[in-house]
Design a protein around this ligand. Structure first.
Ligand SMILES: Cc1ncc(C[n+]2csc(CCOP(=O)(O)OP(=O)(O)O)c2C)c(N)n1
Length: 379
């Protein structure tokens, strides 16, 4: 048994200073300690998958990160672990609790995940070991985990059992202060909707070269690559819905502007991220939802976006501004308004479905995209 301080001190000494996750009762001392520890950043994620994406963004911005969660939440994180961390070679130190672990009688909803937790990590090729339970072993266990991650570019998991960490009282835990409802503006022009490609060309013409851009999965990233391939672009080839969370992890840790190019389907998949972004409120983040009303990349099946006011939802979640727009002129106005909104801005840009025939794919590997993006972000 160790104290939360034993783990957090050793982690901090080794450079692990950015934490995110979702609580578990087995985690209470550690997660409360991380939230209260003023040396560390802690972001309360809406889901474990979102936490993995936030941590990935923070890693790209130069931090050593930790994701802490229950083994139930491992289920929520499977997609980004396999289709974000793996192809992009983005490590994070995971602390996963083991409800229904070895010999532990637990609730029925934990039984199956308890049985498969180590095997699921093995299947995802995430190396793991038991959480260190002796104060003398903690520093070495963390050092070995970091070395392994350096070598593999993959996450590493500590599996924590009930009672592994003593409750040493933690400290004051503060949440981000409540934010006022953001401003909602409408700069719609009507007329024929531009294509997603044309909207992205407009965007690239209207932002400075120091802007980092994260594009969602599917044709959005493929079109961005086709328009122009630059180190400041990250094409999120998998992890549908995780672009905004990654953008948050980046924007919280850099001064430069960050733009997330989302799809309506992807934004709907992880709508909880709007709440997290609104709460932590980096004012250098512009979140563009390119809404074509469809899952265009998979054949144009309709989404439910027709009844979703993304700008209104964002404003209600604490974004500084939510802007509705459609035509090219409206998008240019929206981009100009995004500067100085006093928080992140969501631009709900309506585009028409469809893409060019014979659209290519990034010819640079995700791992190389991540490395050059990380380098671009470094001060
Ligand atoms: C978790 C997950 N589910 C489904 C898919 C398959 N998929 C790839 S792109 C895409 C459509 C994305 O739709 P949207 O975000 O609206 O963007 P659009 O294609 O319209 O630009 C889907 C469903 C996936 N890659 N990952």
């Amino acid at each position: 048994m160790i104290s939360a301080g034993d783990f957090l001190d050793a982690g901090h000494a080794a450079g692990v200073d950015f934490f995110t996750g979702v609580p578990c009762s087995f985690l209470t001392p550690l997660i409360n300690g991380a939230i209260a520890d003023t040396r560390l950043a802690y972001v309360a994620a809406a889901s474990e998958g979102e936490a993995v994406a936030i941590a990935s963004g923070a890693w790209l911005a130069g931090h050593k990160t930790a994701v802490i969660c229950q083994n139930s939440g491992l289920g929520n994180a499977v997609n980004p672990i396999t289709s974000l961390n793996y192809p992009f070679r983005i490590p994070t130190l995971m602390v996963v609790t083991w409800r229904a672990g070895l010999g532990l009688k637990d609730e029925p909803q934990h039984e199956l995940m308890g049985r498969i937790t180590p095997g699921l990590l093995d299947l995802m090729e995430v190396p793991h070991r038991p959480f260190p339970t002796s104060a003398a072993d903690v520093a070495l266990a963390i050092e070995e985990a970091l070395l392994k991650m350096d070598k593999t570019g993959r996450p590493f998991a500590f599996i924590m059992q009930k009672g592994d960490v003593t409750n040493d009282g933690g400290g004051d835990m503060s949440a981000p202060p409540a934010r006022a409802r953001g401003q909602i503006t409408d700069v719609c022009e009507g007329g024929e909707l531009p294509s997603r490609y044309a909207a992205m060309e407009t965007l690239l013409g209207g932002i400075s070269d120091d802007t980092a851009i994260i594009a969602t999965t599917g044709k959005c990233g493929r079109e961005l690559f086709t328009i122009n391939d630059r180190p400041q672009h990250l094409y999120q080839v998998g992890s549908m819905g995780c672009a905004a969370a990654m953008g948050l992890g980046v924007a919280l840790n850099v001064e430069r502007p960050v733009v997330v190019l989302d799809g309506d389907g992807a934004a709907l998949m992880k709508l909880g991220s709007l709440a997290t972004i609104g709460a932590y409120a980096p004012d250098n983040l512009v979140h563009v939802v390119l809404d074509n009303g469809t899952y265009d990349s998979t054949g144009g099946q309709p989404t439910v976006s027709a009844s979703v006011d993304f700008a209104g939802v964002a404003a209600d979640c604490g974004y500084g501004a939510g802007i509705r727009c459609d035509g090219r002129g409206g998008f240019i106005k929206a981009l100009a308004q995004a500067k100085g909104s006093g928080g992140p801005t969501l631009i709900h840009m309506r585009v028409r479905p469809g893409s060019m025939s014979g659209l290519g794919r990034p010819t640079i590997s995700p791992a190389d995209v991540a490395l050059r993006f990380k380098e671009f972000l470094s001060p």
